[in-house]
Design a binder for this molecule. Structure first.
Ligand code: WTA
Length: 670
């Protein structure tokens, strides 16, 4: 079955753009500005954008030479096409990611802060600042350590780390020696970590003894131990974070601090070709098996540097605070690579927005004079609900970013009025693991914004809307369809690790000649884009991208689950939430207790991770299936949304009476 077989109709309702309020660049943004925005006007954006679309080779060649330091220049800007999925950029060029993020700044400004670490409050909330000079030494030492463990250019290294500076040091040491990092979010279970280690063929896992977050301990090393039970050849390197007494496997595990002190504080960066793989990042799709998106060196770095500079209008003394986790693409691109490529300070915050209280983010902004704050709407919803009294005056803030899910207009306005005191420019940025960097976004200091809209395309992105029924492009404005991009861009992922066919089938063969995002979107009368959400079986829970198929596969591991169907529904706090319908086996009706439902939820927590746990389990006698055995999840979604009148034709079901039984179970009114 093709992964995108069930493209859903994007949700209906074209935004009334004429009545949607437009916000101009706040005057306070300019008053608070250290110089002038990099791009001065909408006109300048439009000219540059036009060049990026009509003359991409000229545009990207200039940008690549301006933003990256090359060991050897390139001659060819781009080869390949979306049709063939063989894109390559800057092919003869050579460079090193770690050199671009660290060395070039350390040479000029060794004492400039690179990483500002704010520890979790659990043990007093201390932190420290690491300068570019120190970062070069730390990264070099770890590079030596990894080499001594047998990691060579092209090998993969898994990183399973809490939000501490050493996570960034681990990223940078990998790319310094030409190894490919594969970061696994430290909320994934041992089983999920093991799957990713095996799929990527990681040689080493870098982890910590434990992590601490929101006052709670995360047993990272224990989870790694359990994951490695299935991978006898993989070694682990353990950073001492809490100094807990952790189990130790001699011959396999090494302490970071003991190894690092053996090695010199400079390691020469490996010379890499532009298209050498830089990292893998696993993400969810429509089928159960997570896919490792592969990003390559030069194109990805260029996307990170340029979007950092232009979306956020970053200047050299700025302090960037990204609340996203390093385990996701937002953390990769905007917590690690963009700020460091631009030579500014990035805040690494280990804790949560609500511990020990709801002022934690704002205190950090105050304490470190944060100029840019970037977070998912899920955190903003939480903080808005907690009340305005928790918000502190933060005069340094110039840009407030939103990422990962649609932001409701009232949350956007709260961000603008209360957090930004109407002085900061709000940027609602749309991108994906696959796009590497921003795809649709306003540019700070330039683009007039509309609450709830990701606004306009970033350089090189040529968006289009497709009618999912006819497969034809929908032209004009005030239209809605499936969001695709008509030409490729340097930061695009190149493949799915070990499965280029899957890459082609999921992204490029759906509408040949286009890149398929998996999202539905509207284009309003002024050409602004409004991203509606996924049209495939992907659910976005608190900004975490989950595959319903993966959750179903996890449920099926439980001995009492005969069949399972997971769907996403709207949720006030988490944006979307997962509900699972389960048909059970080997149990009597009397045994259907809340404990059994809890067991099913636990099964998902164990198989994937706590963040994937369904919010509700519905035990049903049967699922709505067609004669070919396809589960009609659309019907389940309609029942949960209490839109019974929109269920539509059920005559194609093997047993249409199933629908009424499910309605009775869920308890909605007809
Ligand atoms: C969703 C996260 C609306 C979208 C960076 C996309 C958004 C998926 C926005 C990618 C936004 C991301 N407005 N929806 N500003 N940004 N999304 O790969 O559905 O974890 O396809 O990358 O998040 O999730 P991913």
């Amino acid at each position: 079955m093709s992964e995108i077989e069930g493209i859903q109709q994007p949700s209906q309702g074209i935004p009334e753009s004429t009545s949607a309020e437009t916000y101009q660049v706040p005057t306070g943004f300019l008053a608070n500005h250290p110089a002038r925005p990099h791009i001065q006007s909408v006109h300048e954006y439009k000219e540059l954008y036009q060049e990026s679309i009509t003359n991409p080779n000229q545009f990207w060649a200039r940008q690549a030479r301006e933003h990256l330091t090359w060991e050897r220049d390139f001659q060819t800007v781009h080869t390949g096409s979306l049709l063939h999925g063989d894109n390559a950029w800057f092919t003869e060029g050579r460079l090193n990611a770690s050199y671009n993020c660290v060395d070039r700044h350390a040479a000029k400004n060794p004492d400039k802060p690179a990483i500002i670490y704010e520890a979790d409050e659990r043990d007093g909330g201390e932190g420290r600042t690491i300068t570019y000079g120190e970062l070069l030494r730390e990264v070099s030492k770890l590079s030596w350590v990894l080499k001594s463990m047998g990691v060579n250019k092209g090998d993969t290294v898994a990183i399973y780390m809490p939000m501490i500076p050493e996570a960034l040091i681990a990223f940078l040491a990998c790319v310094r020696i030409g190894a490919v990092h594969s970061v696994v979010f430290a909320g994934f279970s041992a089983g999920a970590l093991r799957d990713r280690i095996i799929d990527a063929k990681s040689k080493v896992v870098i982890t910590s003894d434990e992590g601490t977050r929101g006052g709670k301990i995360i047993h990272t090393k224990k989870i790694v131990d359990a994951a490695l039970e299935g991978c006898p050849d993989v070694r682990s390197l353990v950073f001492q974070r809490t100094y807990a007494d952790v189990p130790w496997t001699y011959g396999r595990d090494l302490w970071w601090h003991e190894e690092a002190e053996k090695w010199p504080a400079y390691y020469a960066p490996e010379s890499m070709s532009s298209e050498d793989p830089m990292f893998l990042l696993y993400t969810s799709g429509s089928t159960g098996k997570p896919k490792g998106l592969m990003h390559t060196t030069a194109g990805y770095l260029l996307g990170a540097a340029m979007s950092g500079k232009y979306t956020f209008d970053i200047h050299e003394k700025d302090v960037f605070f990204c609340g996203g986790d390093v385990g996701w693409i937002t953390g990769h691109t905007y917590l690690v690579y963009a700020p460091l490529l631009l030579g500014i300070a990035t805040v690494v915050y280990e804790g949560t927005p609500s511990y020990p209280n709801f002022s934690r983010y704002w205190e950090i902004c105050q304490k470190h004079n944060v100029t840019h704050f970037y977070v998912a709407p899920t955190a903003l919803r939480l903080l808005k609900r907690a009340g305005d009294d928790w918000v502190k005056p933060m005069d340094s803030l110039r840009v407030l970013g939103s990422i990962g899910e649609p932001i409701a207009p009232e949350v956007w306005k709260w961000y603008h009025d209360i957090v930004g005191q109407k002085k900061a420019h709000i940027v609602d940025t749309y991108f994906q693991t696959e796009t590497g960097a921003h795809a649709l976004t306003p540019l700070a200091g330039v683009t007039p914004t509309k609450p709830g809209s990701a606004c306009v395309p970033f350089f090189g992105i040529e968006p289009a809307l497709i009618d999912p029924v006819s497969g034809n492009e929908i032209h004009g404005n005030d239209v809605e369809g499936v969001l695709v991009f008509k030409q490729t861009w340097p930061a695009a992922a190149r493949t799915v690790w070990g499965s280029h066919k899957r890459f082609m089938d999921v992204y490029l063969n759906v509408y040949p000649g286009y890149y398929f995002t998996g999202d539905g979107a509207a284009r309003d009368s002024e050409g602004y884009y409004w991203v509606r959400g996924r049209v495939d079986d992907v659910v976005n829970v608190s900004g975490h991208r989950l595959s319903t198929a993966e959750i179903e596969a996890a449920l099926l591991e439980h001995p009492n689950v005969a069949e399972a169907a997971a769907v996403g529904i709207n949720d006030e706090m988490s944006g979307q939430a997962v509900n699972a319908f389960v048909a059970i086996k080997n149990k009597d009706a009397n045994d259907i207790t809340d404990d059994l439902k809890k067991e099913f939820i636990l099964q998902v927590r164990k198989s994937i991770g706590p963040f994937a746990a369904p919010k509700a389990i519905w035990i049903v006698s049967d699922l709505p299936k067609t004669r070919s055995g396809k589960i009609m999840r659309r019907i389940l979604r309609k029942i949960l949304a209490n839109e019974i009148d929109q269920i539509g034709d059920t005559t194609t079901l093997v047993d249409p009476s199933v629908v009424d039984k499910i309605i009775a179970t869920v308890g909605v009114t007809k």
